[in-house]
Design a protein around this ligand. Structure first.
Ligand code: AMP
Length: 306
């Protein structure tokens, strides 16, 4: 089943306590599409500049990602410069240059308009809505965002939230959007805007699912080495949506959502093991399945009698 994603395709400058890289391939849509290509057919909507290298496009097309919705424009690609201290959960944005994204007007190829699963990745919420407007009858729509857009475009962002089924957001941004320090209250605030489901990503502390009246928690996979957390959130979403699209279920239910969250956790855990998309690009289905099993084992415990 096809999964459409809109988001950024970027060159990042990233510094972590373990190293730094200029012109690292990144962007919310790049991470998401590379990740979800392990599960399903992916239709990518994004804009790139004339500096975007063919080898970086091939990385996606070699994995079967459909790039007919990627527009190439004169100018530079989106650029994000960020840093992490020893608290790898917190990315500090040093600079954001929208570049070709500033006047992007996405027009979807006809073949994309029937996409059933849609992920509105981290990008201007006005663009998220323009993309959603062009999809005929989506079965499931999820979105992400970040502080940059909550600060600059909150009104548009709330409009976008009202139109989706699932919001996947990190804990700091959930607090900021809902204006409360409490994550349970933040999830309720977001659900009251419309989405049936809210997923709050908590970096090395895992993720929380709020679905109807149910709450489920997945831990993060305990890794001894984390090199670069960039893209963890986008690949979490890619694993989550990829699993849902692959499973071709007739609808959402708590069992499927729990599995999908764990698949998101699995994919995010691979991403952070190396810089940029390096680890994500070299995965195979067997190691994905093995890590899924490892998380099941990690969280299993027996019932006790009273
Ligand atoms: P994540 O670490 O999963 O939250 O996402 C990291 C990616 O998001 C980086 O590769 C950046 O290029 C991209 N990014 C950073 N800031 C923004 C923004 N304001 N809008 C969209 N994408 C962004």
């Amino acid at each position: 089943m096809s999964l459409l994603v809109v988001g950024t395709m970027a060159y990042d400058s990233v510094k972590t306590p373990f190293g730094e890289r200029e012109k690292a391939l990144g962007g919310s849509a790049t991470y998401f599409s590379l990740c979800s290509s392990y599960f399903t057919d992916v239709n990518l909507v994004a804009v790139i500049g004339d500096d975007f290298e063919d080898k970086d496009i091939s990385l996606l097309t070699d994995k079967g990602v459909d790039i007919s919705g990627v527009e190439k424009k004169d100018g530079k690609s989106f650029h994000w410069k960020g840093e992490y201290g020893f608290d790898l959960n917190e990315a500090v944005t040093i600079d954001t240059h929208l570049n070709v994204l500033a006047d992007f007007n996405p027009v979807l190829p006809a073949s994309y308009r029937k996409s059933e699963y849609v992920f509105l990745g981290n990008i201007d919420p006005a663009l998220q809505q323009k993309v959603l407007d062009q999809i005929e009858n989506p079965k499931l729509v999820a979105m992400d965002t970040m502080n940059f857009w909550i600060d600059s475009s909150k009104e548009d962002l709330v409009k976008a939230v009202k139109r989706v089924d699932i919001v996947i957001i990190n804990e700091g941004e959930a607090r900021m959007l809902a204006d409360t320090p409490n994550l349970v209250k933040a999830a309720r605030y977001i659900r009251e805007l419309g989405p049936s489901t809210v997923i709050i990503k908590r970096g090395e502390y895992g993720a929380l699912l709020f679905y109807k009246e149910e709450i489920f928690a997945s831990p993060a996979y305990p890794l001894e080495e984390v090199f670069d957390p960039t893209g963890a959130g986008d690949t979490f979403a890619g694993g989550f949506m990829g699993h849902l699209a692959k499973t071709k279920s007739s609808g959402m239910d708590a069992t499927l959502l729990r599995q999908a969250i764990v698949m998101g956790t699995v994919m995010a855990s691979f991403t952070v093991e190396k810089f940029s998309v390096d680890r994500l690009a070299e995965l195979d289905r067997k190691e994905i399945a093995e890590r899924f099993k490892a998380i099941k084992k990690l969280t299993h415990f027996e019932h006790i009698e009273d």
